[in-house]
Ligand binder design. Sequence first.
Ligand code: PLP
Length: 282
Amino acid sequence: DYVLTESDFVHKDDLHYPFEERGLQFGDGIYEVIRVYNGKYYLIDEHVERLYRSADAVKLKMPFSKEEMYQQLDALLQKNEIQNDAKVYMQITRGSAPRDHAFPLNVKSNLYAYVQDLSRKMDFMAEGVSAITRPDVRWDWCYIKSLNLLPNVIAKQEASEQGCFEAILHKDGEVTECSSSNVYMVRDGKVYTHPAKENILHGCVRTRMKQFCEDESIPFVEEPFRVEDIQDADELFLTSSTAEVMPIVQVDGKAVEGGQVGSITRKLQHKYEQDAGIKESQ
Ligand code: PLP
């Protein structure tokens, strides 16, 4: 189990950080989660581009050029002999230094990336999951994949306490996204989702959804829908690198369209599998 760091590969048991680490003390850093199928990255360009956008947005100096980052990420899979489905978690913080809000001088960023096993959530994807709705109390810059995830963590915990898979977040009734995924409503053959503004994460899988809808001549409407609209939705689903295309069949205890998974969601699941090069659906 080797972890990639800014300087070298380190065995996971040998990786330690000082307690004055800015990721730990301020959440002063950014991260990515990249899906791996059959030992190969999926949507790697989208993730690397987003990582560097996040770094720019928070004035964080990346330890690697983009080109080096690709090489290092490949080396990480090789070093760990990954051939199956997995995910790579990577974070970069502003480094370790005596605690002070302002950026420390001459301190190098800390980076680590490691591989975790991850199997596809076949039953959930087949049957659909339930969700709750919660107010979105996060900051205005959710397009940055920052380490500050406390509102997301609390929302997900509340979902979990109610036996639900996700929390659908809304600002004054307007649905933004979920605690760790993007969310979409299907009505009258059209797919609605919040526009890729600064207040949501621009999901890499969301980008593919837009393309798949275009391929299939399904209107992809980037306009926010409201929590009340969910009760009249024909279909509801969420996407993320770990959840893929996940149908939502119940919200706040009420079934969405009879609790059945809809045909557009099924079509998009199928397109995802093809795009990701997943051979067979069980
Ligand atoms: N929105 C939030 C808040 C997330 O944390 C995530 C990913 O984990 C997503 C959306 C989906 O992003 P992606 O499709 O790039 O995995």
